[in-house]
Design a protein around this ligand. Structure first.
Ligand code: GDP
Ligand code: MG
Length: 718
């Protein structure tokens, strides 16, 4: 008979390690429908029984605060696995048992895998597993997931439990006199009306009512409004009472009693410390320095800077390889296919599009690798801890700092890995706010545009302007986050205990697995959609083709050059003619016409049709802005062309001046994120939010640009 088992535990308790040990390569990773929480499933055989094992997301608790916690408990009550393995970090027993306690309250058939026995031993912690098993009345099997020791005993215990257990046994824990009385009333009412009884044990529902759990309250109201109202009244009464007498909400009392329950078990001699004098474990000692009020932030900046250097400088080499490979591929197509639309589409649509996606892969891998080091070692939690106070002011979370920095917070990152990095955030609203504001950072693709415009119009104080624009990106991102959190993403900050797990030396295998899992998801997700959109953009900038008589004119010029032997450097001349033709094609294309038709509006910010096309192209990738400006502003005249850079040409152009430059910079920094980023936002949240980010950012950026331009022109600063 087939068995269904699930693996639950705190983040970093070793779930993935155990999962890999048990299932080897036979696993399948997907997402839970509609949300970006990994759903991992594997198959194994033990004692001739086929077992399907699900790796549930890591959680500290089973409230309704985060997607992970909801997924975990929904899975347990809906799929009803025959055995739940609760993996527990033995070196951190007390905190880890908090989740175990809630699993017991739910009543699932539980086996506790007491992991990291090696770490506990090194720290001089001795745990009497049998005694713990007796007190908790569930099997407790000591294991070392990393080496696989204890694996067989664990599976034996699971199969044994699966063969005898058929019912759930919710554990009764006392929550003090007041709440116990209310609980009894609630349970009586729930049993009497069979409210949600087919999904949750009555006592569990009652506890969730007392904890004011959104999901259960909602379900209760849907299934039986009358009973639900009665229950809610009872709870409100109890809540008012505890607030009056103890000045706390029932959920706080419940949490306290759970900890009390755990403490009372552990106090009976389950845990003994061998070196009592050495209570300051290495971890605490390291923390004395790393989270020190003065030194901590300095070290943090250094470490973040190192991550940044590693991600963006070291990945240069593979990025260049990939660029060369795609350049080579483009050349091959250029040389083999006949001129024409197909060729142009394959080069500008397919190769540039796919190349654009794959070009990010080394960057993403390097970034995830660095994050994996910080995460697996436990340092990321310290960064979040230190930044939390500042970020909270803006409705964000300490963990938002990493995505911001990766996206270009220090100048020259990339919003794609930034968006992906928001996965380390556990609370949904803070995560959304971070996701939507990281594209405001100055990514590497915006840098050439900044360099071009600042170089042309503010050449005297380049560094200062660069710094000011970086500062501006932070201010705007944080203020925008605050704005989102007080409007569309309104809601109290998610109560989230800042956990500081002990430092641990990451393993290369673990790092590689974490890196690859995330990178692969990026390739799979971004790859498919982008190809289509990139071809679409190519079409917009190519069609309709030049009218025949105009195209013929260019062809005549080319023929004339080729057949006139007196012309010097004919290939350069041909290039110029080709340039002029591209420019004409561009102006005539849908994108070009669109750019022209927008001119009356964009004039408010000082942008002409040529700038508009560049900005539209910049939606595909911000790098495109410079190259498109180059095409659109090429003079088409042989003599002046050669000697002038694009910057000089812009400076001379009557449509451009300092004020226009600043307005354009502001617009480029804050308008719709590039295509790849938008697709990533969509895949990480929904297309609705991706559309929101395009529209919101563009309107916002345009208002800023208009403001800058109008004020600047009013004071004649151009
Ligand atoms: P998850 O977040 O629960 O999936 O945890 P992981 O499986 O990613 O493990 C977190 C870290 O703990 C990794 O660096 C593992 O190599 C390490 N780890 C897991 N199990 C053990 C163990 O039994 N002993 C030791 N020393 N390290 C372990
Ligand atoms: Mg994991």
């Amino acid at each position: 008979m087939q068995l269904l088992m699930a693996l639950a535990g705190n983040p970093n308790a070793g779930k993935t390690t155990l999962f890999n040990q048990l299932t080897g390569a036979r696993q399948h990773v997907g997402n839970y429908p509609g949300i970006t929480v990994d759903h991992k499933e594997g198959i194994l055989t033990h004692q001739n029984r086929k077992i399907t094992l699900t790796d549930l997301p890591g959680t500290y608790s089973m409230t309704a605060y985060s997607a992970e916690e909801l997924v975990t408990r929904d899975y347990l009550v809906n799929e009803r696995p025959q055995v739940v393995i609760n993996i527990v970090d033995a070196s951190n027993l007390e905190r880890n048992l908090y989740l175990s306690c809630q699993l017991l309250e739910l009543g699932v058939p539980l086996v506790i895998a007491l992991n990291m026995m090696d770490v506990a031993k090194d720290r001089g912690i001795e745990i009497k597993a049998e005694m713990l098993a007796n007190l908790l009345q569930v099997p407790v099997i000591p294991i070392i997931a990393r080496s696989g020791s204890g694996k067989k005993e664990l599976l034996d215990a699971c199969v044994h439990l699966a063969t005898e257990e058929t019912h759930w046994h919710p554990r009764d824990i006392s929550y003090g006199k007041d709440l116990d009385t209310t609980l009894a009333e609630l349970v009586a009412k729930i049993t009497e009306t069979s409210l949600l009884i087919e999904t949750y044990p009555a006592r569990y529902t009652a506890i969730k009512y007392l904890e004011n759990d959104d999901q259960i309250l909602e379900k209760g109201r849907k299934s039986d409004p009358v009973t639900a109202q009665l229950l809610e009244e009872l709870v409100n009464k109890a809540s008012a009472h505890t607030q009056k007498t103890l000045d706390v909400f029932p959920e706080a009392i419940i949490a306290d009693h759970r900890y009390g329950y755990i403490k009372s078990i552990l106090r009976q001699g389950v845990v003994s410390h061998k070196f009592d004098t050495d209570r300051l474990y290495t971890s605490d000692k390291i923390d004395k320095v790393l989270t020190n009020r003065l030194v901590g932030p300095v070290i943090m900046l250094l470490i973040l800077f190192a991550v940044y250097q590693f991600t963006f400088s070291w990945s240069d080499i593979p990025v260049t390889w990939l660029e060369n490979a795609f350049g080579w591929l483009g050349d091959q197509v250029e040389n083999t296919l006949p001129d024409g639309l197909l060729k142009s589409m394959i080069i500008s649509g397919v190769i540039d599009g796919v190349g654009g996606v794959l070009g990010f892969v080394p960057l993403i891998m390097f970034m995830f690798f660095s994050i994996a080091i910080l995460e697996d070692s436990g340092y990321l939690a310290r960064v979040a801890f230190m930044m939390d106070r500042i970020f909270r002011i803006f409705g964000l979370h300490g963990s938002s700092v990493m995505p911001f920095i990766v996206s270009g917070g220090i100048a020259g990152g990339c919003a794609v890995p930034g968006v992906m990095a928001t996965r380390t955030l556990r609370s949904p609203k803070e995560r959304m706010a971070t996701l939507l504001t990281v594209p405001f950072m100055n990514c590497g693709a915006k840098l050439p545009v900044l360099a071009l415009l600042i170089g042309a119009f503010f050449s005297e104080k380049k560094a200062m302007y660069m710094f000011l624009f970086t500062l501006l990106s932070w201010v705007v991102a944080l203020v925008a986050a605050k704005f989102l959190r007080s409007t569309v993403l309104r809601g109290a900050p998610t109560p989230f205990v800042m956990e500081l797990p002990p430092y641990r030396f990451p393993t290369l295998r673990g790092l590689l697995i974490h890196t690859w899992e995330r990178t692969y998801q990026y390739i799979k997700k971004a790859g498919t959609v982008i190809l289509g959109i990139s071809i679409l953009l190519w079409a917009l900038m190519t069609f309709p083709a030049l009218p025949e008589n105009k195209a013929a004119l260019f062809e005549q010029q080319r023929q004339a050059v080729m057949h006139d032997s007196s012309v010097e450097a004919p290939s350069e001349k041909i290039n110029l003619i080709n340039n002029a033709e591209s420019k004409a094609t561009l102006k005539n294309s849908i994108a070009g016409k669109f750019g022209s038709s927008l001119e009356p509006v964009t004039k408010l910010a000082g942008f002409d049709w040529r700038t508009n096309i560049a900005l539209i192209g910049g939606f595909a990738a911000k790098e495109v802005i410079v190259s498109t400006l180059g095409t659109a502003y090429s003079m088409g005249q042989v003599d002046t062309e050669k000697s002038e850079s694009l910057g000089q040409r812009l400076k001379k152009d009557k449509n451009w001046n300092k004020v226009v430059a600043v307005a354009a910079l502001v617009f480029i920094m804050f308008y719709a994120p590039c295509l790849v980023t938008v697709v990533c936002i969509a895949k990480e949240s929904s297309w609705k939010w991706a559309a929101f980010s395009m529209i919101f950012n563009t309107i916002f950026a345009f208002s800023m640009a208009v403001f800058v331009y109008q004020v600047g022109m009013f004071f004649n600063l151009g």
